[in-house]
Design a binder for this molecule. Structure first.
Ligand code: GAL
Length: 960
């Protein structure tokens, strides 16, 4: 005898997309029909299982007075300080047993209640209908209004509507929503992100007057040959379409062709129009453009595109995926201001307001369906829902809800079936449906290696060499695939410090037509604001299964501060290439845009002497067409400069735009005129022994026995300078567990590069010099580095030459090679002449501009959510910190921080970094490249720092 009877919760495990909802249709934020936002303060009760509570809460009169309050839109696990459970982060593993479509008994279930009145001027009953719209609920919702069940839906990041007119009352309407965290739908939503249940997008009541608009599809194409646009709005409810600026007033379904300015991401011309049905006026924002696959290339308005894109998850460090309009706008502004031109909405359709912004500001969009079944990879894709026809209705429902919702956005040029869902008939069915419904856009899916269903060959994280092979058609593949362009839907994994190698990818993209660019992974670190940690990541909420900080892999930090990776990307994808021939006195300017000429930009030249700008002025550059180049003569330089001299040429917005103010720099280039003269120290005097155990040499005070430096002038020094090869491994050094290439971060640690011992072999006086001979090596291994420090002084300055000779069979590159020491006195401000203003490493230094810079020690740090090596400044000629001026020969990498590398290495969160009194300075001759191995390839061979003989010098001067 069974005591468990099927309960009302069984719909949760049903593979169907739901019941009771209206067919999907075009989405719009407003019209002249009334609407009522039901966002705001709701009542919430969270139960541990789907059937713990009955559904009596949905009945009017239920007393929810003792329930908690929750803000809708929102995720209940991010509200209530943990009282309602916690977020869970997994990359691709399902956080529950894989037994589709079954879900665990432990299924947190949030009952949401909201009582609302209709506004007094809400149209009376009988004058039309009303629709209740949910824009996003994770993962399964069952809805009642005034005690009547409306239905059930799944498809978390998709809209669902119910007809509710007959149920509405003027006041005291009771809206009840039961939300289950886990459902059959969860199997389709295995994206790499936090699992966050809740009603996380808007809830709106829409009045539907008699004769209101139904679904409609705006077709607005552009004929680039004739400069004309053709508009046709297909509408379920017949009416008229008006576009006053174009003198258009036609019936729906009728085509009209007129001269227009086309829409592109560079020139996002939108025409305001209206769809007028007998009962409703719906504003339209029309962008004329034609998307096609032409001769194997993605073209818009007849021209091939180059995507300079990014993958964007929706994220806010406090609100999760419940994004407010301001945050969405901030994302778009940041993207535009950093030269990005494209977004892939990984891995679900975003809040529709985001697409409005993409239309308005100009970004190409790959709109991706809410679909990922990645966890099935662990069972060789057996039972994958996308290859099981029982699930096909759910897949088609998701495809339709995306396409119908977003089809009127000019910015959307490609539909993506989803992400990492293997292969299967369901995906083919989706592609077929989309192709049939919308022949004006292309279809993308990265998992379709043979390009059976797709219009573009898409890859994630291929190494540069493979990209080159594909570009040259040497990669094999099906005939269908070989005819298609390549895009990298994901590349350059921006986890922690990095990604490295962006410029090398871009160079490939720029030089092969078949390569149409890519989308960096990803936009933002999904750190959760948390007092304990600064930002929390996977595991911080006690999850039994999690993927740690793999969720923090964005170009912006969780608070949207651009990381050095974004600044590097901005430089690499500049719309204008500026190559300065310093000696020749010219700048070659190339328009790298696809559509616009250069008239939006104003150019300036400036001249720097030892990093200081000594002159500047406007530079006249022709309004070159896309792809065009010109050599522009720079002014004559004043002659006879005995210093390092160079040019900077910069391009900035000539006038205010929607996204940037006049003067906002979009591109720059530099070129040297005369080279740097390195400092020479003529030794004068010899080491002296005052008899107190010290040894002095010019301003230097050493320990006479060990040769360790203690002070330079009045500046106290500790712990060196001595050879240092260790850096706190970056996420890209450590690499991802599945990487087949060598993961140097792990090898370095195995080899003990973090615990090098310094054996003192000799402290010698050699004429004017003090020479200290050492061998630096880790326990247990034969490898080591002979390091000789040779000190001299001219009386004022102290010079150090370090000679390094590797010993033994070194098979790994070094993380860094240089010296480290501590400054024991006050040290706050830092000035330097070199690359800046931001962090740089060998394969992330395009954005480092040669100049004079100032900072504080604290501001030199990049607060990566998981602490790791950061903050180096490249090509430094000299730096001043803590009363010391340090000049290098050759230029060096400069790093200063208030904790040691060992502390940095041990820290798991920002709050673990506690500043000490000593400022630790690294002066590096070399740094190993960064690469992208936290998900992609490691640094290219020419960014390796091999253990080789090296010699490098510094001159220290106390500056008081
Ligand atoms: C990809 C995946 C993304 C993300 C990324 C690594 O395979 O599509 O969702 O997981 O790897 O951060």
């Amino acid at each position: 005898m069974s005591f468990r009877t099927p309960t009302a919760a069984d719909h949760v495990e049903d593979v169907s997309p739901g019941t009771g909802t209206l067919p999907p249709r075009a989405w719009y934020a407003r019209s002249d029909a009334r609407s009522l936002s039901l966002n705001g303060d709701w009542r919430l009760r969270v139960a541990p299982t789907a059937d713990a509570e009955d559904d009596s809460f949905a009945v009017p009169g239920f007393d929810a007075g003792d329930w908690a309050r929750v803000t809708v839109p929102g995720h209940w696990v991010l509200q209530g300080d943990g009282a309602f459970g916690s977020p869970i982060y997994t990359n691709h593993l399902y956080p529950f047993p894989v037994d589709p479509p079954r879900v665990p008994t432990e299924n947190p279930t949030g009952d949401h209640l909201r009582v609302f009145d209709l506004p007094s001027d809400w149209p009376a009953a009988g004058s039309g209908d009303a629709v209740l719209r949910f824009d996003g609920v994770e993962s399964c919702a069952r809805v009642w209004l005034n005690g009547t069940e409306l239905g059930v839906f799944k498809g978390s990041r998709l809209p669902h509507e119910f007809a509710v007119g007959a149920l509405l009352k003027p006041s005291g309407n009771v809206l009840a929503v039961r939300v289950n965290q886990w459902s059959a739908g969860s199997y389709l939503e295995d994206q790499d992100q936090w699992w966050l249940p809740g009603i996380f997008r808007d809830v709106t009541l829409l009045h539907r007057p008699a004769g209101c608009a139904g679904d409609f599809f705006t077709h607005a194409s552009y004929d680039h040959a004739g400069g004309e646009g053709t508009l046709r709005v297909d509408s379920e409810v017949a009416g008229r379409v008006s576009v006053p600026a174009l003198d258009i007033d036609v019936a729906t379904g009728e085509s009209v062709t007129v001269p227009v300015r086309p829409w592109t991401a560079e020139t996002p011309h939108l025409y305001d129009g209206e769809l007028i049905t007998p009962g409703e006026r719906v504003p339209l924002r029309i962008g004329f453009r034609t998307v096609a696959l032409t001769d194997g290339l993605i073209t818009v308005n007849g021209r091939p595109l180059l995507f300079k894109g990014v993958n964007r998850h929706e994220w806010h460090p406090e609100k999760g995926r419940a994004l407010d309009p301001g945050t969405m706008r901030e994302d778009v502004l940041l993207m535009k201001r950093h030269n990005l031109n494209a977004v892939r909405t990984s891995h679900y359709p975003p809040h529709p307001a985001f697409l409005d912004l993409c239309d308005e500001y100009g970004l190409w969009v790959i709109d991706e369906c809410d679909l990922e079944t990645h966890g099935f990879v662990e069972q060789e894709w057996r039972d994958n829902p996308v290859d099981d026809e029982r699930w096909t209705p759910a897949l088609l429902d998701r495809a339709a809800r995306m396409v119908e919702r977003d089809k009127n956005h000019p910015s959307v040029i490609v539909w993506s079936l989803g992400n990492e869902a293997g292969t299967g008939r369901g995906l083919t069915a989706m592609a077929d449906w989309i192709h049939a419904r919308d022949d004006g856009r292309l279809v993308h899916y990265e998992g379709d290696a043979d390009c059976r269903d797709t219009d573009v060959y898409s890859r994630m994280y291929p190494a540069h060499e493979e990209v080159r092979r594909i570009a040259e058609g040497r990669d094999g593949g099906t005939r269908a695939r070989r005819r298609l362009p390549l895009i990298l839907c994901e590349y350059a994994h921006a986890m922690g410090n990095g990604p490295g190698g962006l410029a090398d990818y871009q160079a490939l993209f720029e030089s092969h037509d078949r390569l149409q660019g890519g989308f960096v992974w990803e936009w933002i670190d999904h750190g959760v604001r948390d007092e304990r940690f600064g930002y929390a990541y996977g595991g911080d909420f006690g999850e039994e299964l999690h993927d740690g900080n793999f969720v923090c892999d964005g170009l912006v930090l969780p608070d949207r501060t651009p990381s050095p990776g974004l600044l590097e990307y901005k430089k690499v994808i500049e719309p204008v290439l500026i190559e300065v021939d310093g000696a020749g006195g010219t700048a070659r300017v190339t328009n790298r845009q696809d559509f616009a000429d250069l008239s939006a930009f104003a150019f300036t030249w400036s001249c720097q002497v030892d990093g200081e700008t000594v002159g500047s002025g406007p530079l006249t550059v022709p309004a070159l067409a896309p792809g065009g180049s010109a050599d522009v003569k720079l002014p004559a330089l004043p002659a006879g400069r005995d210093a390092e001299t160079g040019w900077t040429v910069s391009a900035a917005l000539a006038a205010d735009t929607r996204w940037g103010a006049a003067g906002h720099e979009v591109a720059w280039g530099q070129g040297a005129v005369t080279a740097r003269r390195v400092p020479a120290v003529e030794p004068a005097g010899a080491p002296a022994f005052p008899g107190d155990g010290t040894l002095t040499l010019g301003p230097g005070v050493f320990d006479a026995r060990t040769g360790a430096l203690r002070a330079i002038g009045g500046v106290g020094v500790t712990g060196g300078p001595r050879l240092d090869v260790w850096r706190a491994p970056t996420d890209n050094d450590d690499g991802a567990p599945w990487q087949s290439d060598t993961r140097y971060g792990l090898l370095w640690r195995k080899l003990g590069l973090h615990r090098m011992r310094h054996r003192l072999d000799a402290v010698e006086q050699d004429g004017p010099a003090l020479t200290v001979r050492t061998r630096v090596a880790p326990a247990a291994w034969e490898v080591g580095l002979a390091a000789v420090y040779r000190w001299t002084s001219d009386g004022e300055r102290l010079a150090l030459t370090v000679s390094v000779t590797p010993e033994g069979d070194w098979r790994v590159p070094l993380p860094r090679l240089g010296v480290r020491f501590g400054l024991t006195g006050p040290a706050d401000r830092v000035r330097w002449f070199g690359g800046g203003p931001g962090e740089a490493y060998p394969d992330t230094k395009e954005a480092a501009r040669l100049g004079r810079w100032e900072s504080t020690v604290d501001a030199l740090q990049t607060p990566y959510v998981r602490p790791q090596e950061n903050g180096a400044r490249a090509d430094v000629r000299w730096a001043e910190v803590g009363g010391l001026r340090i000049e290098g020969d050759p230029e060096f990498w400069f790093t200063a921080r208030r904790w040691t590398t060992e502390h940095l290495d041990a820290a798991a969160h920002l709050t673990d970094l506690v500043p000490g009194d000593t400022v630790w300075v690294n002066l590096d001759h070399g740094q190993h490249g960064i690469g992208s191995q936290s998900c992609g390839p490691g640094p290219l061979p020419h960014y390796r720092l091999d253990a080789e003989r090296a010699e490098f010098s510094f001159v220290f001067t106390p500056v008081g």
